[in-house]
Design a protein around this ligand. Structure first.
Ligand SMILES: [Zn+2]
Length: 239
């Protein structure tokens, strides 16, 4: 075999070695195979945007470009217009959480509808997209509220794992509460809390240990129970 032949064989062997190296599943690839095998859950943040929203967005990026749904109020969106724009720019979903955060059930019908309509208009003006998801303040809802949301093209979203993060509990308790979520479920968290901000990477890690990934919220044909006596039609699914 001449020199040229040998070098050609060497080149072939080197290429084969390189290819097999590139194609051999490394640790990271093996992990991505396990990832999401447990299904999807939705991470949601209510009551923003706030002055902490940018830090939340960074925490989600740092946790592996995890995507979430932010239910914003119209008043806060007007107060922090950069907040909604940044949420949308990072690929998260924005939902309607009413204009002034009232208990909609006790409100005059026209005022209740205006709470939803005005907020959808603000979100559309700020992000170019009208929200398709609606979460009633306090989870307080009734047939009329659902009808108002439907009239504006929105699906009502409650939650299946309430972290009670607003109540002054520790980050670890927030994480533990979030991780009670089941596949397809929806975790309720709030914008503007340092304890919740610190919980974000721990929640993502805890979900990953169970093979769960953060998903988007879609309509569910079957009713989902938020608590005894209240069902809604939304669940988490792959983005
Ligand atoms: Zn709220």
């Amino acid at each position: 075999m001449n020199k040229r032949g040998r070098s050609r064989i060497w080149l072939g062997a080197a290429l084969a070695a390189l290819m097999s190296f590139a194609l051999t599943p490394g640790a990271a690839q093996a992990d991505s195979g396990r990832q999401c095998s447990g299904g999807y859950v939705a991470i949601t943040f209510d009551d923003g945007p706030t002055t902490s929203t940018a830090a939340y967005l960074k925490a989600l990026r740092d946790a592996g470009r995890v995507r979430a749904t932010f239910f914003v109020t119209g008043t806060l969106a007007q107060a922090q217009p950069d907040g909604t724009r940044r949420i949308a720019a990072d690929g998260h979903r924005i939902g309607n959480h009413s204009y002034t955060h009232p208990d909609l059930v006790g409100l005059d019908p026209a005022a209740a509808f205006a709470e939803l309509r005005d907020t959808s208009r603000i979100i559309r003006a700020q992000t170019g997209r009208a929200p398709a998801l609606f979460r009633p303040p306090f989870g307080s809802t009734d047939a009329r509220t659902r009808q108002d949301a439907a009239r504006l093209g929105m699906t009502e979203v409650i939650w299946t794992a309430d972290t009670v993060d607003w109540s002054g509990i520790s980050t670890d308790t927030i994480v533990a509460n979030a991780l009670t979520v089941r596949p397809g479920g929806i975790i309720l968290l709030h914008d503007g809390l340092q304890t919740t901000l610190a919980a974000i990477p721990k929640i993502v890690d805890g979900l990953a240990e169970r093979g769960l990934c953060a998903g988007k919220i879609v309509r569910s044909a079957t009713p989902v129970e938020a608590w005894p006596g209240l069902t809604f039609h939304a669940k988490a699914a792959r983005w």
